[in-house]
Design a protein around this ligand. Sequence first.
Ligand SMILES: [Zn+2]
Ligand SMILES: [Zn+2]
Length: 335
Amino acid sequence: MRRYLLPQSGNFYKANMHCHTTVSDGRMTPQEVKEHYMANGYSIVAFTDHHVLVPHPELKEETFLPLYGVELNVDEIEGPERANGKTCHFNLIALEEDNLIQPCYHRTKYMGGHAEEHRCEVRFDESLPDYERIYTCECLTEMMETARKQGFFVTYNHPTWSRERYPQYMNYHGMHALEIINYGCLVTGYEDYNPRVYDDLLSDGRRIYAVAGDDNHKLAHTCGGFTMIKADKLEYRAITSALEQGHFYASYGPLIHELWVEDGKIHITCSGAYQVSCHKQMPHRDKACRAEPGQQITEAEFDIAPGDGYVRLTVTDDRGRHAVTNAYFPDQLFD
Ligand SMILES: [Zn+2]
Ligand SMILES: [Zn+2]
């Protein structure tokens, strides 16, 4: 019997999961972002301005859903030499639209861009002392786990741009997802397509998802990296529930239509592709289906077995752009 990994029912909603506006250091206003993305086929934008969680309920309409979030960062070096050090950035997206208490808040520090002007709009737990950020794995794990416990979807962002390596990211715990594709970084020359980071984390036993976003600060960064979320309706909790359940894939080009397992095989249908590859926890079991020269493929299937560990697929188009599925583990693939 077919077991659908992306739900068979519902609609795909195109989402940009990482966005900056004039609320922090972006050039476009929230309204301009909404209009631009709607005109390009998007239904969802997660507003993740730096430092301040400012919701945008005024942007909501039947065919557009703003998600409410914030991007937090902890820097190895503070002050003017900051760019010479490593940094860790992560996005928090509120799972409930009325649960907007910003975790790990400091009343006077950690602002930038226009965020200071919006400090008065931030809600935080006034009974808690100011939270001091330190660039250590312990502090970053504490921040991610605190945010997760307080009802946020936590995504670890652009490790390449941040200059973070295996010893850093392998010791961060609490994230729901890795930002496997950051389009704003890609178009400015950073290799922030990060499949290897995803495999490192998965191989350590983490059950995390892979998302894509634009991280747009200006027009040139827009409408490239997207997450296709499958849900029954375009309502806040329906969409965040689909995020929690992994009902989505990440891309900066190809589309994935269907994904299912049946009789020991994983099947995918997709937009015209140059190659579909299957990655498994046991690396010598990776396989690829490739189109003949001048042709494209729109489906592929691969043998899977419980001993493979996790399985995930990548679709590559003839411009070298990728769509990636989440990773699925044996208990999700087999009875
Ligand atoms: Zn960032
Ligand atoms: Zn960002």
